[in-house]
Design a protein around this ligand. Structure first.
Ligand code: NDP
Ligand code: ZN
Length: 381
């Protein structure tokens, strides 16, 4: 009698308390698409996620964006990877389970996840809402080690579900266009944050170099701040799109005539370029005290460089800074701002199958996407 009462009490307590979260039998089945080797093709993959802890929510993933960073990972551009790897850090979906301490979300809410799902929460960076620069290392949405959950290797958003601490999930306003929200969680915040850091304001002359997923968001944010925007890219295919999105000028950098008369022209230039280029070309286009913000991160074997002479000699004091995504607070601010100003990515929605994802990757490499692929995870079989 005593034992069974103790057992019942313990079971009740454990259920209420979600202590089962640590129990392997309580892991949540997930399915998605993974590569199994460097440069591999996408294939169906079943795996599991840790159980919903007291402070966690479970999201049914509706849409997942394909970021160029995903390609860099699949191609091992930034060093060795672990396989199988399910990429995806632009995630939008619905809350389907909540832990007992959760206050920010309720069942049925829309929620998003970006590039990180945790951080130490105590270091200087975390205390200043800059979790992406956590001194212990932010836990990345995939290709990360979740040190709060048994050091499990994280898997990303090309899948049907994700479990995340509520603090690291972003509230998606109910009036948002959910098919287009996912890319805001990376492409959106990564361009929004440096534009805000640079203090872009009405009348500023702003250049956006690289007019892809990040770049076309950067154009929209800068235009919304009433800056005069110039787009730099390598093709003729996107000239009209740049003007349609509000840019004043489009420069095809392969046509040197178009680069004339731009020296000392810009207050701020944002580089989102994912391939080798010549940064000093942009540096020379900055006014005195102009700023070059760099977010594009090419493959290590293709990395552009700047020398001290580039910084000191071009004849004007200029500033260069790098930037990674944004903190959770700023990401929420960006999402609210985007929805309020009707700023969204232009997306091509594809079905959730390996061939479609492979094809999308080829098109991103060949410059054939306008402007972001989004996988409809509801079509997963
Ligand atoms: P996309 O492929 O969508 O866009 C890149 C754009 O740059 C394309 O339009 C491409 O043209 C253009 N481009 C290529 N070479 C040049 C060049 N030499 N000069 C001007 N434009 C060029 O990539 P994303 O926007 O998704 O990502 C861009 C980069 O940002 C990647 O390196 C990614 O890893 C990085 N990134 C960084 C983050 C951060 O936190 N710092 C977060 C997210 C991404 P075309 O299409 O014709 O090839
Ligand atoms: Zn990204």
């Amino acid at each position: 009698m005593k034992i069974s009462l103790a057992l019942t009490t313990a079971l009740t307590f454990m259920t209420m308390n979600n202590t089962f979260a640590q129990d392997n039998s309580d892991r949540i089945p997930a399915k998605g698409f993974a590569v199994f080797e460097e440069k591999g093709h996408f294939q169906p993959y079943t795996f599991s996620r840790h159980a919903v802890g007291d402070n966690d929510i479970q999201i049914k993933i509706l849409y997942a964006g394909i970021c160029h960073s995903d390609l860099h990972h699949v191609f091992a551009d930034w060093g060795a990877e672990e396989y199988p790897m399910v990429p995806g850090h632009e995630i939008a979906g619905r809350v389907i389970a909540v832990g007992k301490n959760v206050t920010k979300f309720k069942l049925g809410d829309s929620a998003g996840i970006g590039c990180m799902i945790g951080s130490c929460r105590h270091c200087d960076a975390c205390e200043h809402d800059l979790e992406q620069y956590c001194e212990k290392g932010a836990i990345m949405t995939y290709h990360g080690i979740d040190y709060f959950n048994g050091n499990e290797h994280t898997q990303g958003g090309y899948s049907d579900t994700y479990v995340v601490a509520e603090d690291f999930a972003i509230k998606v306003p109910e009036n948002a266009d959910i098919t287009k929200v996912a890319p805001l969680l990376c492409a959106g915040i990564t361009s929004y944050s440096p534009i805000m850091q640079a203090g872009v304001k009405q009348g500023d002359k702003v250049g956006i170099a690289g007019f892809g997923g990040l770049g076309h968001m950067g154009v929209q944010y800068a235009v919304s701040l009433r800056a005069e925007v110039t787009v730099f890219d390598i093709t003729e295919d996107k000239r009209e799109d740049a003007i349609r999105l509000g840019a004043a000028r489009y420069v095809n950098v392969n046509n040197s005539d178009e680069l004339k008369e731009l020296d000392r022209h810009f207050d701020f230039i944002l580089s989102t370029i994912p391939a080798r280029y010549i940064p000093v070309m942009y540096l020379k286009m900055l006014k005195l005290d102009g700023q070059l913000g760099i977010v594009g991160l090419p493959a290590f074997h293709n990395m552009p460089s700047l020398s001290v002479s580039d910084l000191v000699l071009p004849g004007a004091r200029r500033k260069v800074f790098g930037s990674q995504i944004g903190g959770i607070k700023e990401t929420q601010e960006m999402l609210d701002y985007s929805v309020k100003h009707n700023i969204y990515p232009e997306v091509e929605v594809i079905k959730a199958n390996g061939e479609e994802i492979d094809k999308a990757y080829r098109n991103v490499l060949d410059g054939k996407v306008k402007f972001r692929y989004v996988i409809d995870m509801g079509t997963i079989k």
